[in-house]
Design a protein around this ligand. Sequence first.
Ligand SMILES: [Zn+2]
Length: 158
Amino acid sequence: MKCSICHHPEREAIDKAILAGQSNRSIAAQYKVSQTAVQRHKDNHLPEHLATSKKAEQVTKADDLISDLQFLKEKALTFLAKAEQSEDMRSAAPLISAAVKVIETLAEVRGELNRQAVINVTMSPVWVETRTVILAALQPYPEAREAVVLALEDTCRR
Ligand SMILES: [Zn+2]
């Protein structure tokens, strides 16, 4: 037997109403479904919908983070190459550690994604540390630093 709510054109609205604590009776009346269907959907299907949408959201966020990290990696490597050319070793040292951190974080994020684990990347200590190292390393390059700060702010707004 098909669930009349799963196949309802307004399933998302119904899910939201259930989550908002609206009674089965008022949901049933509003969306022209039976109260038993609401109850059954709530018990059997809603948890699965929630898990799926949460996972999709996390994957999207992680994808965004990966592209930002890739951007940072390119930047760190570009500036590292420049420092190397000018034999500016004092600038090169922090850039090397910044590049290493970014690469480590990328590996970690990708690894987490592959394991399909629940992650909260923007709050992870590794990421916070990476961000600090990168911004410190980019101190002598205001233009690059600004670009990085903007990219990071963009990530955090999402
Ligand atoms: Zn259902």
